[in-house]
Design a protein around this ligand. Structure first.
Ligand SMILES: Nc1ncnc2c1ncn2[C@@H]1O[C@H](COP(=O)(O)OP(=O)(O)OP(=O)(O)O)[C@@H](O)[C@H]1O
Ligand code: SF4
Ligand SMILES: [Mg+2]
Length: 365
C-alpha cells in the first residue's frame, strides 16, 4: 500500500479542518507497522481512510491510496469498495467490542459476512472462524452460538479480530486491538496476530496508544502528531534512538517497573485539537523543548537518514529521495514533505469487516 499526500478533513463550525494532513506512508508486504500518537492525533481517521470509510462530516480531500492489484482505494465506489473492505482489507474498529449486532448470534453474523462476500463454502468459513477463535483461547463453537451480551469485552474484541482475518484479507488494520484485554491476554493475542501475520504473509497496521504493544509486535513504527507523521523507521531504531522530540517525549513518559520511577516524565502541555493545530510552522512547537525561531513559520520537511524519516528542523539528516538536504539545527529546508515510506502492506479478501447487520462504519467511527 502506498499512501501519498493523504489529507482528511472534518467539517466544523470553523469550516473544514484537517485531521490528517499530507501523509505519505508505504506499507510493504510482510511487515507489521505500529502507528502511535496521543489521543486525537488522527490515527483512526488515517486508518478509516485506508478503507475509504471516512464518513461525513469527514472526507478525504486529497491524496491517493494505491494497493497492488486494486488501484486507488480513494476512487473506489459501490460494490467494488464493499468487496475490498473485509475481503482485501481486514479491519478491526476501535472499540470493536461494541460493534457487533446485539440481535444475532456471532455465528449468524459470520454467515451473513460470508454470503455478502459470495463465499461458496460457508462450512469451511465456520471451521476457519472456530480455528481462529480457538487460537485466541476461546471455545469457537460456544462463541459462534452466543449473542454479544453473552461474551465479555475481551471476548468480543477477539471476535472482532476473527472477523478481520476470517476472509483471508492480506492487508489487516487493527485499531487499538487489545485495549479491553488484561496484559496476559493482550500478550497472547499479540502473539497470535504475529503468528497469523507470518503464516499468511500479511501486511499489518497496528494502531495503539501503547508503545509496549508496538515494541512487542511491530517491525516498523510511525509516530503521529497533530495529523502528521513526524517520525518513521524500523521499530528498534525509533524506540532505541528516537530522533524527533515528540517521539522522545512519548518514550520518556512510559512509566518503568524497575529502577527510578521518577525517570518517567509526562509530556508537558496537551495535544492540539482540530481548531488548534498550527497551520504553519512545526505542528509540535507548542510543546517542544528544542523550539527555534524557524519552527514558528517553516514546516519541517520529512527527511531521511539512516533508514529513518524525521520531520524536525533540529535533527541533522541526509536528504530523502526527491528532497533537498536538511542539515543541523538550521539546515537547508524544502517546503514540501517527502513522499516516502514506512514498511507495511496490503490486502486480500472480501467486503464488510463485520457482518451486514452490524453497525456501519459511520456508526462505529
Ligand atoms: N466525526 C468527526 N467530526 C469532527 N471531528 C472529528 C470526527 N472524528 C474525529 N474528529 C477529530 O479528528 C481528530 C482525529 O481524531 P481520531 O479519532 O482520528 O484520533 P485518534 O488518534 O484515533 O485518537 P484516539 O487515540 O483517541 O482514538 C480529533 O481532533 C477528533 O476530534
Ligand atoms: S521542528 Fe522545531 S518545534 Fe518542531 S520538533 Fe523540531 S525543534 Fe521542535
Ligand atoms: Mg482512534
Amino acid at each position: 500500500m502506498r499512501i501519498r499526500g493523504l489529507t482528511v478533513v472534518y467539517k466544523t463550525p470553523a469550516g473544514e479542518l484537517p485531521a490528517v494532513r499530507d501523509i505519505d506512508m508505504d506499507l510493504a508486504p510482510g511487515t507489521i507497522t505500529g502507528l502511535v500518537g496521543e489521543s486525537g492525533s488522527g490515527k483512526s481517521t488515517l486508518a478509516l481512510s485506508l478503507l475509504n470509510a471516512v464518513q461525513p462530516p469527514g472526507r478525504i480531500s486529497a491524496g491517493q491510496i494505491e494497493i497492488d492489484g486494486i488501484g486507488d482505494v480513494v476512487k473506489l465506489r459501490g460494490d467494488k469498495l464493499r468487496q475490498v473492505r473485509g475481503g482485501q482489507i481486514g479491519y478491526v474498529f476501535q472499540a470493536a467490542q461494541n460493534s457487533l449486532n446485539p440481535l444475532k448470534t456471532i455465528g449468524k453474523q459470520l454467515l451473513d459476512l460470508g454470503r455478502s462476500h459470495d463465499v461458496d463454502n460457508l462450512r469451511a468459513l465456520v471451521a476457519e472462524a472456530k480455528e481462529l477463535l480457538g487460537r485466541m483461547g476461546l471455545d469457537g463453537a460456544r462463541v459462534l452460538d452466543s449473542y454479544q451480551h453473552e461474551l465479555s469485552g475481551g471476548m468480543r474484541q477477539r471476535v472482532g479480530i476473527m472477523f478481520a482475518l476470517v476472509l483471508n484479507a492480506h492487508l489487516v488494520v487493527l485499531d487499538e486491538p487489545t485495549t479491553a484485554l488484561d496484559v496476559i491476554t493482550q500478550a497472547n493475542i499479540l502473539e497470535i496476530v504475529r503468528d497469523i501475520h507470518a503464516e499468511r504473509n500479511l501486511t499489518t497496521l497496528v494502531i495503539t496508544h501503547d508503545i509496549g504493544v508496538v515494541a512487542e509486535v511491530a517491525d516498523r513504527l510511525a509516530v503521529m502528531y497533530g495529523g502528521q507523521l513526524v517520525e518513521q523507521g524500523p521499530v528498534r531504531d525509533v524506540l532505541g534512538e528516537p530522533q524527533h522530540p515528540y517521539t522522545r517525549g512519548l518514550i520518556q513518559a512510559i512509566p518503568r517497573l524497575t529502577g527510578d520511577i521518577s525517570e518517567a516524565h509526562a509530556l508537558p502541555g496537551r495535544p492540539p485539537n482540530l481548531s488548534t493545530i498550527p497551520t504553519e510552522g512545526c505542528v509540535f512547537r507548542e510543546r517542544c523543548p528544542l523550539r527555534m525561531d524557524i519552527c514558528e513559520t517553516v514546516e519541517p520537511p520529512l527527511v531521511s537518514g539512516s533508514g529513518r524519516l524525521v520531520a524536525c528542523h533540529a535533527v541533522a539528516d541526509t536528504p530523502a529521495k526527491g528532497t533537498k538536504a536538511t542539515t543541523g539545527v538550521s539546515g537547508g529546508l524544502t517546503s514540501s514533505r517527502v513522499r516516502s515510506g514506512i514498511g507495511e502492506e496490503r490486502a486480500a479478501g472480501g467486503d464488510d469487516v463485520n457482518p451486514p447487520e452490524t453497525p456501519t462504519e459511520e456508526e462505529q467511527s
